[in-house]
Design a binder for this molecule. Structure first.
Ligand code: M6R
Length: 609
């Protein structure tokens, strides 16, 4: 949830740190800071608020150095204050930290007894003091770091500089991503490759338990037992364009409009193969997916709603039982595991701690087979999974997940058809039909984007509301949930979603003339039922905003507004009906003047409990 960048070079690294922090800001944005080695002194600047404020302060104070570290913070331990912002310093040691140290209270007691004083409420400050403590005991900065991490429980990515060692930076990783960027006579560290792409594309992902030393001349990596180890050097193909706004006002807007391309890229392998080979999910996927008897999906937030949609597909099309559970609930539940149920984790970032822990828990319960659907190559969750399907949405910067969701749906649909084939539910003709439907999807999505002006008009009405209800049934109930989440997340309007049939069991009491009710109402087998539910709303004075499709046979009337998507998209209809609710949330937030890409209190990837 926080971001780390560090650099050692022969040039001034402050611009590299600031640029890196701006690129990481979407991950956490309540405070930021940098620390540099200036002569034989550590200098530090920290500010609450956005990186731009800290940048201004660094410029005013004339920061320039060839060795430095930086951090963007999303508060966990301790409020949003300058003293809680990173870097934290102890007697000439400065460090930045992502993650959570679980035994920080015991370590704090121990350090207090040793005479250390604390200036923050963070769990991080204990690490700075511990490193200083071990430095005092003899040994260098790397040894002190290696001794320190052995005393920590929890998750961390760390970058450390020390007054006594101007020629190097040391880093460590456990449970949080950290990579090293390799330059010519300069080297870098970052929690996310986007932070250092300006400087290098040659990267080395550190493994769990690794520590490393970066000098200008090179990098040495050590495994958890402190033995030297080699890690593979890769070339990052993340495009800089995906990190730039271009002509758009917000990343969310850009990412909504990128969906036709993101979907086309995600389904490209199936289109190229002319069908749905199991190999879409890895070389060994055929044997694994044929052997399973059911599916258990684990995810959080929007990714969970992708899973809820997939349940309808997997049960109806592949004929396999499928359960979907919020990862943070599953991981603490005494679940009855069926080892022959495939665990499917869905995570845009591949870093979400609850999903990662749920995956570990599922394995501990005896689940033999795991599959990850993820948008970030080399992230923790796919690395811990047996089978992987990478969505090809490209970098998603807006905190509100948009293109990641629809590409997750595309991947899950492909998984459904693969399972259906392997379990004898789909013959060649049906497979060809599904492929054809998938082939049309990017074009249909493009058509839905053309509805934007009509949705802008609705958003202006929503902007003055305090509450909203979203209704859907069957396959489209998860899309109602996604619409409500998007609206509350970025516009701060309280929104709830219900299966339309559930309305009369309680939520109908909320409906009056002030309550806008969004209905996802495509022309499927439940349409007549949805129409009855809409009557229940109208009869109580509620105003209906209906997303239908051309053949749904709706007409607008007093208190009933209708926008039609171009055509009914069969089983892929949930994908098409996602775009209008994304656009409604986006334009409502715009009209209310919220910070669309960085909504309050949130962060892009949630690496804490
Ligand atoms: O990276 P993940 O897909 O695992 O993230 C899960 C949720 O934190 C995420 O989908 C969140 O709900 C989004 N901000 C919603 O737009």
């Amino acid at each position: 949830m926080c971001g780390i960048v560090g650099a050692i070079a022969d040039r001034d690294v402050v611009p590299v740190l600031i640029e890196g922090l701006k690129r990481l800001e979407y991950r956490g944005y309540d405070s930021s800071g940098i620390a540099v080695l200036d002569g034989d002194a550590i200098r530090r600047v920290r500010r609450t608020g956005r990186v731009a404020e800290m940048e201004g302060a660094a410029a005013t104070e004339g920061f320039a150095a060839t060795l430095g570290i930086g951090h963007t913070r999303w508060a966990t331990h301790g409020g949003v204050t300058e003293s809680n912002a990173h870097p934290h310093v102890s007697h000439g040691v400065a460090l930045v930290h992502n993650g959570i140290i679980e035994n920080h209270e015991q370590q704090r007691e121990r350090l207090l007894a040793l005479g250390y004083e604390f200036e923050s409420q963070t769990d991080t400050e204990v690490i700075a003091h511990l490193i200083h403590y071990h430095l005092q005991g003899g040994g260098d900065l790397l040894t002190a770091l290696q001794r320190t991490v052995k005393e920590l429980t929890g998750a961390y990515a760390l970058a450390v500089i020390g007054r006594s060692e101007p020629q190097r930076m040391v880093v460590a990783r456990m449970g949080c991503p950290l990579l090293v960027g390799l330059g010519e006579g300069e080297n870098f560290v970052a929690s996310d490759v986007s932070a250092i792409l300006q400087a290098t594309r040659r990267v080395m992902f550190l493994e769990e338990g690794d520590t490393a030393e970066l000098t200008r001349a090179g990098v040495r990596v050590f495994a958890a037992d402190d033995a030297p180890v080699e890690r593979e050097v890769r070339f990052s193909d993340v495009s800089l364009a995906s990190l730039e706004l271009g002509p758009y006002r917000h990343f969310m807007q850009k990412e909504i409009h990128e969906q036709p391309r993101a979907l086309a890229d995600t389904i490209e392998a199936a289109i190229d193969a002319g069908g749905f080979p199991a190999a879409l999910f890895g070389a060994d996927a055929g044997a694994v997916l044929k052997d399973i008897e059911g599916v258990q999906i684990l995810a959080c937030g929007t990714s969970y709603y992708a899973g809820l949609t997939a349940r309808y597909w997997i049960e109806a099309i592949a004929g396999l039982p499928c359960s979907v559970e919020i990862a943070s609930e599953y991981r603490y539940r005494a679940a009855c595991a069926n080892p022959r149920h495939l665990i499917v984790t869905i995570s845009q970032s591949g870093e979400t701690l609850d999903t990662m822990e749920a995956l570990k828990y599922a394995k501990a319960l005896g689940h033999a087979h795991t599959l990850s659907i993820c948008n970030v190559p080399e992230s923790a969750i796919p690395r811990a999974s047996e089978l992987v399907c990478y969505t090809r949405a490209g970098a998603e910067i807006g905190v509100a997940s948009t293109k990641a969701f629809t590409t997750q749906l595309a991947a899950l649909f492909q998984l459904t058809v693969v399972l259906g084939k392997l379990h004898g539910r789909i013959d060649a003709a049906l497979e060809a039909d599904y492929l054809e439907q998938l082939r049309h999807l990017p074009g249909s999505v493009q058509h839905v984007l053309n509805l934007e002006p009509q949705i802008v008009a609705w958003a202006e009405r929503f902007a003055g509301k305090s509450n909203a209800l979203f209704l859907g049934r069957g396959l489209h109930y998860p899309i109602a949930l996604e619409g409500a989440l998007k609206l509350k997340e970025i516009s701060y309007i309280h929104a709830e979603a219900y299966p339309a049939g559930e309305l009369k069991h309680g939520p109908l009491a909320l409906v009056d003339a002030e309550m806008p009710v969004v209905v996802i109402a495509p022309n499927d087998s439940l349409l007549e039922k949805v129409k009855s539910n809409m009557q229940e709303v109208r009869a109580r004075g509620g105003e209906l905003f209906v997303f239908a499709d051309q053949d749904s046979n709706f007409s607008a009337s007093d208190g009933v507004h209708v926008i039609r998507t171009p055509r009914h998209a069969g089983v892929l209809s949930p994908v098409l009906h996602t775009l209008p609710v994304q656009l409604l949330a986006y334009h409502t937030a715009l009209a209310r003047g919220t910070d669309v890409d960085k909504p309050r209190n949130l962060a892009k990837s949630v690496t804490v409990e």
